[in-house]
Design a protein around this ligand. Sequence first.
Ligand SMILES: Cc1cc2nc3c(=O)[nH]c(=O)nc-3n(C[C@H](O)[C@H](O)[C@H](O)COP(=O)(O)O)c2cc1C
Length: 415
Amino acid sequence: MKCVDDFRLRLGGRELVPIMIGGMGVDISTAELALEAARLGGIGHISDAMIKTVSDRRFDTKFVSAKQKRYKHNVANVDKSDVQFDLGDVAEATRLHVGRTMEAKRGEGLIFINCMEKLTMNAPRETLRVRLTAAMDAGIDGITLAAGLHLGSFGLIEDHPRFKDVKLGIIVSSLRALQLFLRKSARTGRLPDYVVVEGPLAGGHLGFGLDDWMQYDLRVITAEVIDWLSQEKLDIPVIPAGGIFTGTDAVSYLETGCAAVQVATRFTVAKECGLPAKVQQEYFKACEDDIEVNGISPTGYPMRMLKSSPAIGAGIRPNCEAFGYLLDAKGHCDYIDAYYREVAAHPGQKNIEVWDKTCLCTHMRNFDCWTCGHYTYRLKDTTRKNEDGSYRLLTAEHIFRDYQFSKDGRIALPE
Ligand SMILES: Cc1cc2nc3c(=O)[nH]c(=O)nc-3n(C[C@H](O)[C@H](O)[C@H](O)COP(=O)(O)O)c2cc1C
């Protein structure tokens, strides 16, 4: 029987261990986690979600307070269209995060950045161009374009000197989305270097409907994509994601023509992961019934999370002056409507509850929106308990090597 280590991902003349740790927004997939994947010969992702917050935390910059100060006069205003990002600051924060990570890189693997295009930042094209350009300037090995895939993204950066050499990948949840993207970006003369096919069991936002996600199957979508690419004689590595929990699961995909796998949930309980240790215990403790897919993300995409996430029902004032990553081109976010609707319905009430939407920026920033993959309830089977009854965190290396070498559906427990 084979293990993942019997396969290699060929990408840009390199041979990599075919394990890619997926991007997990607002520094859940930290530089430390990504660096471990690269050191071990695979691919790790950092994320550019809320990059200024990440930079403030890591490098003691003051981007968030500066923005908040600049737009303080607007906090009680429902109209957020004036609240714009300083593009120079976005570039600087990106260069810091990417640059420092790349300087620390060791080993044969690669570091990519996950770039969620649904972070429209009140000026979708301009901010996206700056984010992508700054990441390339700072030496990132590759960029994975995710959530809300903008069909014209390649066009935004086609004049960059690294446009041909940086690895560019896209995340899709259907063959149709891939076909649309390829048609739209054909003009740039450049194909994606890899395609991540994300199925309905993944963490974070899902590319399916709130009511129909359970009808889809990653194996079926992946096979459709592989068949179509081979019919079209397009040699693009296909990387499935979502619910690949063991090395044996991974092998079953690699044996059917996938080039690698993208995994994330197993790494949410790694020491190098950005989630606070207390939250990691919530992930360990979760049972299947404690996890739901709901519609509270203002992006409009369904999102999977623990039902006990403090973000659910929390009625805080929108924080767009400090953050504002989800504001669309007109300065609008669905949470703003939901919040002010509840304020109007409960005049004079100090603490209100908002159940249908959440202030995702604030809650992701504070690690209060506990997004997770479907199989989070199996994490408890991947470790041992401490004497105090808590679960033992794992090293990223342990989890990575378990994916790489395990056979027969086994999961190696820590020593
Ligand atoms: C906590 C968490 C946060 C995530 N955040 C993002 C994100 O910011 N952007 C993204 O494209 N995918 C995100 N994902 C999806 C992962 O990158 C990955 O594709 C998927 O979860 C893989 O499935 P698995 O978790 O079952 O291994 C997230 C997943 C988890 C578990």
